[in-house]
Write a protein that binds this ligand. Structure first.
Ligand code: SAH
Length: 362
């Protein structure tokens, strides 16, 4: 295996368990996105899944990358499975429906116990967990028919190295993300994204069978818009200012804030297309903007909900760096500032897109 395939990726899993701050309880927004993608998913499979693939194996392999702890992953898998089944059925009443094997992948630190405890009882597939970063190889060569991933590709494999190096021009002092940072910081994030996406496509091209599909739901920003247009980027900018506020009060050390950065990047569809073209192993069969899913709609009213969602997704990051003690205060302040500063979301957009890629024949 090449070195790039085995390189380690930093892991910041979603908040585990089923408590009030857990991802399982605070991922209804992502579920809304999955709802919006359902029709496109069905269409993508009906139109793009090669019938030869259906005949080539008795077992159909589906993988959900970055599955987290549920329940959204089960919903997505059910939709994929039903779409593949109807594709088989459309081949005639005698077509043999295969057995389905579903691989649930996430970082090794993901709470797989909770995930497996809540597996639907009436499922029509065999379930298996696949631990490890999707920036490395996680499946054998040409063994997966459909790869699905929702709300995961914005996570980089790591914080770009230079942004935490005080001797680098890309040192991100006083900020925790790239919005309103220097051009060097923005470039460091863009470069990290490009490297990660190259790696992601390379390893998937080895794992997906020829004619197999990769369907991705990605939070990002529209083509041709600046990073400041993505509402999600503004949420992290605001979180950064909360930390600075706490540093000024002496609750956290300024040095610690300077050394902390969020390994997330919001790409545009064009950036993904460019990476796919460069990789050369996939064709882009579809790229669609998903209908708007509210939450950031009226920030002042929905602030507590937004704060809970952001907390469930990023708490692990903050905990690792700053410890447990600041979490409640940080996210309370964040919620307060969301209400007080809701105007900063004025010219932003919540943007999610859906990409259908097909593994070309060699
Ligand atoms: N797909 C789910 C969860 C999205 S949350 C849904 O739609 O609700 C993002 C998930 O991606 C987290 O569980 C996180 O641990 C996982 N993730 C991020 N980077 C990853 C990586 N490199 N390898 C595997 N999983 C990753």
């Amino acid at each position: 295996m090449a070195a790039e395939e085995t390189r380690l990726s930093e892991a910041f899993p979603m908040k585990a368990g089923a408590g009030p701050n857990s991802y399982a309880k605070n991922s209804t927004y992502q579920r809304g996105v999955a709802d919006a993608a359902k029709e496109l998913l069905t269409k993508a499979i009906a139109e793009n899944l090669d019938t030869e693939i259906l005949l080539s194996s008795n077992t159909f392999h589906i993988a959900d990358l970055g599955c987290s702890v549920g329940p959204n992953t089960f919903y997505a898998v059910k939709n994929i499975l039903e779409s593949v089944q109807s594709k088989y059925q459309s081949k005639g009443p005698n077509s043999q429906i295969p057995e389905f094997q579903v691989f649930f992948n996430d970082h090794t630190t993901n709470d797989f116990n909770i995930l497996f405890k809540s597996l639907p009882h009436n499922r029509h597939y065999h379930a298996a967990g696949v631990p490890g970063s999707f920036y490395g190889r996680i499946f054998p060569n040409a063994s997966v028919h459909i790869v699905h991933s929702s709300y995961t590709n914005h996570w980089l494999s790591r914080v770009p190295k230079d942004v935490t190096d005080s001797n680098s021009p890309a040192w991100n002092k006083g900020r925790i993300h790239y919005l309103k940072s220097t051009d060097e910081v923005v470039r460091a994030y863009e470069d990290q994204f490009a490297r990660d996406m190259e790696c992601f496509l390379h390893v998937r091209s080895q794992e997906i069978v020829n004619g197999g599909l990769m369907v991705l739901t990605i939070p990002g920003r529209p083509d041709g818009t600046p990073h400041s247009h993505a509402a999600a980027n503004v949420t992290y900018q605001l979180l950064g200012t909360c930390l600075i506020e706490m540093a000024k009060k002496g609750i956290v050390s300024e040095d610690k804030v300077d050394a902390f950065n969020i390994p997330i990047y919001y790409m545009s569809p064009k950036e993904l297309e460019a990476a796919v073209e460069q990789n050369g192993c996939f064709s882009v069969e579809g790229m669609e903007i998903l209908p708007y899913v509210s939450t950031l709609h009226s920030v002042a009213k929905t602030a507590p909900l937004i704060a809970l969602h952001v907390r469930a997704a990023t708490e692990g990051l903050f905990k690792l760096h700053f410890g447990d003690a600041i979490l409640d205060e940080l996210f309370d302040l964040y919620c307060k500032n969301l209400v007080a500063q809701h105007c900063i979301f004025k010219s932003t957009e919540v943007f999610n897109f859906f990409a259908v890629l097909k593994r070309k024949a060699n």
